[in-house]
Write a protein that binds this ligand. Structure first.
Ligand code: ZN
Length: 509
């Protein structure tokens, strides 16, 4: 069969490309965890060589020919995901990737690469000094470049330029749909946060301020993540300035975390978060490694896996019923004053704040919506870069009720825009919504799920996620995966009822 010949050749090229890219990924992991400072110059040469080789291979016209031959044979047609046979799903995804890469002129790609690398440096210095004026010309240039990028890729039917950008992270997400999803979510979250503040009893946070030795904290988070099902024979945990997960193959998944002696629960939460990403990577089907069927669906779905373990497991009462009695083994008598209830309430404090990465479960999505509104207007050309700080501060006042004292704690806090990542932020909020909807479906399927947590048993949850999410790789687009796993379109109901049920209990109102 001529068609299958083309398919086999296409997959072989793709697997080799993936091997090359995974070498780059490993170098990137090393740079954040192990590399001595003196290695940076040579490392950037290594990375740039690998990126160039990978780009050359990914845009090889031979791939275009093989894709066309596969499509002539009826494989991969239609972006809807209705044809879910393995070869069709692979061809569909590889076509999307190839078109996206080849639509961008080489000059634009290299201008973006050069500008983002300089802009990141300028952003870091501007943030240090809280000096938006210093970053402003770079952001202006980046907005021009990403608008050109969106133009080259082309807006989807009925969509707008921003949609072309988000497609790289969350295929099929549309600004108009996100607005419809986010607007009522924002109102109801704000109402809930208000209610907790005015009618509730704020728990004390002392549990998360007890000084605990970092080596004991590390032993503890290892113990918990192993219990969750992160497989240390196929993964590692190391330290880095910003926690992340790097998966090059289901057999080699690296997660990182960070510790502070007076913030044990933050380390626990971040490590459970990254282990959630890691369990997803370890659960991808190894027989499809290196092809889309062996890859995560989207950033929103990836984030759902981390948030699910971090919040729906790690901030649940049942989890603390099991976890609290373990604390003595790791920390001696240091936490004896905190019973289950006190520990559980302490990890669920809600507090509108300035910094996204430190935000709690209830306010987090509001931080994301601020960024979404601003970048949408920038890409539409309806907001001048010079007006970003004022707009940012007004939205923080409006959405979170906080006054932004300076740009360092305001619009200069995130690295994303300096990296050219426009369309990326909403995937964090989508992750929260997917997590809640998936968790509710798992609870329906496994009636004694939370009682299992109270016994330190998480295998049934991990198996359910493995079967309904991980095993599929990119077989279904995110929306379709959600419908199949939960029986419904993505919505905000599960997330809102999870938060209001839990937090009203925690705040006793
Ligand atoms: Zn994450």
């Amino acid at each position: 069969m001529a068609g299958m010949g083309a398919y086999d050749e296409l997959i072989e090229l793709q697997r080799r490309l993936h091997v090359l890219e995974s070498v780059g990924e490993l170098l990137a992991w090393d740079q954040e965890t192990m590399m001595p400072a003196g290695g940076i110059e040579h490392r950037s040469r290594q990375m740039s060589l690998l990126a160039g080789l990978a780009h050359e291979r990914a845009t090889d016209p031979k791939i275009g020919e093989l894709l066309s031959a596969c499509e002539d044979d009826g494989l991969g047609t239609g972006p809807s995901g209705s044809d879910d046979r393995a070869p069709s799903a692979n061809v569909r995804e590889l076509r999307r990737r190839y078109d996206r890469l080849t639509k961008l002129p080489a000059a634009l790609v290299s201008e973006l690469a050069e500008t983002t690398s300089l802009a990141q440096h300028e952003w870091a210095r501007a943030r240090e000094r809280s000096d938006f004026g210093r970053f402003r010309p770079w952001l202006e240039k980046l907005v021009r470049l990403v608008r050109r990028k969106a133009e080259c890729i082309g807006s989807p039917e009925g969509g707008e330029p921003w949609d072309a950008l988000v497609d790289a992270y969350e295929f099929g997400a549309r600004a108009a749909d996100l607005r419809v999803l986010f607007a009522p979510l924002r109102e109801r979250l704000s109402a809930l946060i208000d209610e907790l503040r005015t009618r509730g009893t704020r728990p004390d946070r002392a549990f998360n301020a007890v000084k605990l030795p970092i080596d004991r904290q590390e032993a503890f988070v290892r113990f918990v993540t192993e219990r969750m099902g992160f497989d240390y024979a196929r993964g590692r945990l190391d330290r880095s300035a910003h926690p992340f997960c790097s998966g090059t193959h289901p057999g080699d998944v690296r997660i990182t975390t960070r510790f502070r002696d007076d913030l044990m629960c933050d380390a626990l939460g971040s490590t459970m978060h990254e282990a959630g990403h890691g369990i997803y990577e370890q659960g991808l089907p190894p027989e499809h490694a290196g092809t889309p069927l062996g890859e995560a669906v989207s950033l929103g779905i990836h984030e759902s896996q981390s948030r699910l373990w971090e919040n729906h497991v790690g901030r649940s009462l049942a989890f603390w019923r099991w976890c609290q009695p373990q604390l003595g083994r790791f920390f001696g008598s240091a936490l004896d004053a905190f019973d289950v209830e006190r520990a559980y309430r302490a990890v669920n404090v809600v507090e509108p704040s300035l910094i996204r990465v430190e935000a709690d479960e209830a306010t987090y999505s509001l931080h994301v919506m601020v960024r979404f509104e601003i970048e949408l207007d920038l890409v539409r050309g309806e907001l001048e870069v010079a007006d970003v700080p004022a707009r940012w501060n007004a939205l923080y006042r409006d959405y979170l009720g906080v006054e932004v004292p300076d740009d360092r704690q305001g619009c200069l806090q995130d690295v994303h825009w300096s990296c050219g990542l426009f369309g990326y932020f909403p995937t964090y909020a989508l992750g929260n919504l997917y997590a809640a909807q998936l968790f509710a479906a798992a609870e329906r399927a496994i009636p004694d799920l939370t009682e299992q947590f109270a016994r330190g048993e998480f295998a049934a949850l991990a198996a359910w996620l493995g079967e309904h999410v991980h095993a599929h790789g990119m077989r279904y687009p995110a929306g379709e995966l959600c419908r199949r796993a939960t029986g419904a379109e993505l919505g905000a109901e599960a997330y809102l009822s999870h938060l209001s049920d839990k937090l009203r209990g925690v705040y006793r109102c």
